[in-house]
Design a protein around this ligand. Structure first.
Ligand code: UTP
Length: 321
C-alpha cells in the first residue's frame, strides 16, 4: 500500500480506496435553499429564511463568504418558490451602486462590491418540490458535473474568520474522497442529529466508520453530529437518483452517503469553532447576539445593551438582592 507523508514527515498509510493523487480540485459549492422554513413561520411566509439578517447581512451571505474563503470558485444555489430574492441579493444593483457613488457613500459601496460574486460565478436551479435535502442536492447534478463539490447548509453559520470549510479543504487535499464536518453535542441529545462513528485519526481529521440519522436514545455511535458542511464525490448523485425515501418520507442525503461509504472512504473533520443553527428562532437570536459581540464596531455598545436588558428582565426580588 502506498504511503503519504504528513506535515511533520510521519508516513501514513494511504486511505483505503482513496482517489488517485492528485485528486480533482474542489471548485464548486452547493447551497440548498429550497426548504420551507416552517420552524420560522410566520417570518418565512414571504421571506426566505436564508435572507433573515444576522446583524447586517443575510444568513446566506455568511455561508457564501465561508465557501469563498475556502477557495470555492462557483456557487450553486438550489432554490424554490418565493426564493428569487436570493438571486437578486447576489446580483449587481446598478441603481443602488450609482446612488451610493453620487452621495459619496464610498465605504458602503466598497463593502457591497467586496461581497459581490464575479459574473458567471453563480448558478441557480430550482427544486420544484421540497422532497428533502438529498433531493435538493441531486437537483444540482448537472451544474456540478463530474467533479467533487462542497455542500453548505445555509442555516448553519460559523463566526466570521472561523469557518469550517477551509480546514475541510485542507483535509480533502490530503485524503481525497469524502469529508464530513462534525461537532460535539450533549450525549443526551444525539437523537436530534445525524451522528457519525469515529475511527482512527488521519491528518487533521479521522476515518469515519459509519453514520446514522437521528439514532434512538442510547444507540448513537458517538456524540459527534454532522454540522452541515460536506465535501462529496459526484458518485453520490447516482445514489440520490434512486429517489429512495428515508426518515420523514424525505430523500435524505445521509442515506445516500451511507451507501457511498461502501465504495469510497469518508473522513470526519472535528470543527472546534461554534456553529449557530439559524433555522430555529433560538439559534438565530443567539447568533445575532454572538455576531454583534464579535464586531469591534458594535462590541462595547452591545455588551452594555445586553447587561441593561438582563437587569430589567431579572425578577424584582433578585434585582434588589
Ligand atoms: P431543514 O430541514 O433545516 O430546512 O433543511 P427546512 O425544511 O427549510 O426547515 P423547517 O424544518 O421546515 O423549519 C436543511 C437545509 O436543507 C434545505 C433547507 O433550505 C435548509 O437550508 N432543504 C431542505 C432544501 O433545500 N430542500 C428540501 O427539500 C429540504
Amino acid at each position: 500500500m502506498p504511503a503519504y507523508p504528513s506535515n511533520n514527515g510521519v508516513l501514513f498509510p494511504a486511505p483505503l480506496q482513496a482517489k488517485p493523487f492528485p485528486m480533482k480540485k474542489l471548485r464548486k459549492a452547493v447551497f440548498p435553499v429550497a426548504g420551507l422554513g416552517t420552524r420560522f413561520l410566520p417570518a418565512t411566509k414571504a421571506i426566505p429564511k436564508e435572507m433573515l439578517t444576522v446583524v447586517d447581512r443575510p444568513v446566506i451571505q455568511y455561508v457564501v463568504d465561508e465557501a469563498r474563503e475556502a477557495g470555492i470558485e462557483h456557487f450553486i444555489f438550489v432554490t424554490g418558490r418565493n426564493k428569487a430574492v436570493i438571486e437578486d441579493h447576489f446580483d449587481i444593483q446598478f441603481e443602488l451602486n450609482h446612488t451610493l457613488a453620487q452621495r459619496g457613500k464610498d465605504d458602503q459601496l466598497a463593502r457591497l462590491q467586496q461581497l459581490q460574486p464575479q459574473a458567471g460565478q453563480t448558478s441557480f436551479t430550482r427544486q420544484q418540490e421540497p422532497l428533502g435535502l438529498g433531493h435538493a442536492v441531486w437537483c444540482a447534478r448537472d451544474l456540478v458535473g463530474d467533479e467533487p463539490f462542497a455542500v453548505l447548509l445555509p442555516d448553519m453559520i460559523t463566526l466570521p474568520g472561523k469557518g469550517c470549510m477551509k480546514d475541510m479543504v485542507a483535509l480533502y487535499e490530503k485524503t481525497g474522497d469524502n469529508i464530513i464536518a462534525v461537532e460535539e453535542c450533549d450525549p443526551a441529545e444525539t437523537q436530534k442529529y445525524g451522528i457519525v462513528g469515529k475511527g482512527d485519526d488521519v491528518f487533521n481529521g479521522f476515518k469515519l466508520t459509519g453514520m446514522v440519522e437521528k439514532p434512538k436514545a442510547g444507540t448513537a455511535p458517538s456524540n459527534l453530529y454532522i454540522n452541515g458542511r460536506y465535501i462529496l464525490q459526484p458518485e453520490v448523485f447516482g445514489l440520490l437518483s434512486r429517489q429512495e425515501r428515508g426518515a420523514g418520507n424525505e430523500i435524505q442525503l445521509t442515506d445516500a452517503m451511507q451507501k457511498l461509504m461502501k465504495e469510497q472512504s469518508f473522513f470526519g473533520y472535528h470543527y472546534r469553532g461554534r456553529t449557530f443553527d439559524c433555522g430555529s428562532p433560538e439559534g438565530f437570536v443567539e447568533a445575532n447576539v454572538a455576531f454583534a459581540l464579535q464586531r469591534s464596531d458594535l462590541n462595547s455598545d452591545m455588551a452594555d445593551v445586553i447587561d441593561g436588558l438582563l437587569a430589567e428582565a431579572r425578577p424584582a426580588d433578585k434585582r434588589r438582592a
